[in-house]
Write a protein that binds this ligand. Structure first.
Ligand code: TYM
Length: 340
């Protein structure tokens, strides 16, 4: 008999959900949730403790948590099927992160590319939390004994670290306490790029709003952002080799392929020889028809913040039961007194 799946993933509640998050991760969460078999579980959360590794205005953070919750519910996360909560409502995440901080090695964290990118030239001024952030992420998945973690390509290195930490913990304490989580990365939209620069990923933190399509954008905004998206003057090629060194062209065609659910080669055959002036309106129509219904549902959730708080707290209670069980075992094997 095959083992039950425990699917675990998180998203930072900073800014709006954009098309990169949606295609790279969230759409996959919803598919996995809807295809769960009996005995499987989905655990999805808003990584608010991760968000504070960078400066956050307290009021804005509290509002962003509710907004992101509303967006995920509008995208199809169903709290009756999935355990859905905010990370800071389950104290076990912080506790487990400390235990794992004492297992993870500095050399491992020094290799994390996201820390290098996010701290930039101001490494000495970055928070210690930003540095140990991947350890908190390891705690997030290890607490639930995750088997599968659906994420975009940019999180792969963090997941590999989680596997290293789990392996070292199991070896150090001679117990198979933790499962080794497998990352699940969608090939078609593993890395959706900025609409202004095909060599940097679409991101909430990009200062230009024209660089991303938010799930809250109006149809007009979407059409305008796609019209203004950077491209090149060459026509659309017949096959993928014709996209080499054309990151912006590749990105727009990749978004079309992911949203339509057809292979990139089929998209290329359909549009071969056309310029981007012809292709962009088709893409805009497809994005509007995918994002529009989510945005429209979102407003009903946003109108009822008390209901969102109720959903998140109910999810946190369920999550805490699973998380506490693992946390207790970890304390115990480490020889610590709490909950002995
Ligand atoms: P975050 O909030 O940056 O992004 C959420 C999810 O969206 C994916 N993603 C993308 N995929 C494709 N193209 C893009 N341009 C793009 N931008 C973002 C991310 O890979 C991610 O899957 N550290 C995580 C949150 C986290 C987490 C976890 C994830 C905290 N704990 C435990 C998995 C398991 C983050 O900052 O994701």
């Amino acid at each position: 008999m095959s083992k039950n799946k425990r699917i675990v993933s998180g998203i930072q509640p900073t800014g709006n959900l954009h098309l990169g998050n949606y295609l790279g991760a969230i759409r996959n969460w919803v598919v996995m949730q809807n295809e769960m078999k009996e005995g499987d579980d989905c655990v999805f959360f808003l990584a608010d403790l991760h968000a504070i590794t960078m400066p956050q205005a307290p009021d804005a953070l509290a509002e962003n948590v509710r907004n992101m919750a509303a967006t995920l519910l509008a995208s199809g996360i169903d709290p009756k099927q999935a355990i859905f909560f905010a990370q800071s409502d389950v104290a076990a995440h912080s506790e487990m992160a400390w235990l794992l901080n004492c297992v993870a090695r500095i050399g491992w964290l020094n290799r994390m590319t996201q820390f290098k990118e996010k701290s930039g030239k101001n490494r000495e001024g970055a928070s210690v939390g930003l540095y140990t952030y991947p350890v908190l992420q390891a705690a997030d998945v290890m607490l639930y004994q995750a088997t599968h973690v659906p994420v975009g390509e940019d999180q792969k290195q963090h997941l590999e670290l989680a596997r290293d930490i789990a392996t070292k913990f199991n070896n150090d304490y001679d117990e198979k306490i933790f499962n080794l989580p497998e990352p699940i990365i969608q090939k078609t939209a593993a890395r959706v790029m900025s609409l202004r620069n095909g060599s940097s990923k679409m991101s909430k933190s990009d200062p230009s709003d024209l660089s991303r399509i938010n799930l809250t954008d109006s149809n007009d905004d979407i059409a305008q952002k796609i019209r203004k998206a950077k491209t090149d003057p060459d026509p659309i090629p017949e096959n993928e080799s014709g996209l080499t060194d054309r990151p912006e062209a590749k990105n727009l065609l990749g978004i079309y392929s992911a949203l339509k659910g057809v292979a990139i080669n089929n998209v290329l055959q359909q549009f071969a020889g056309q310029g981007f002036g012809q292709f962009k309106p088709e893409l805009a129509e497809l994005v509007v028809s995918s994002v529009g219904p989510i945005r429209d549902k979102l407003s009903t959730f946003k109108d009822d913040p008390a209901e969102i708080d109720r959903i998140l707290l109910a999810g946190a209670e369920k999550a805490a039961v699973i998380a506490e069980e693992t946390l207790k075992k970890a304390y115990q094997v480490m020889g610590l007194r709490r909950r002995a």
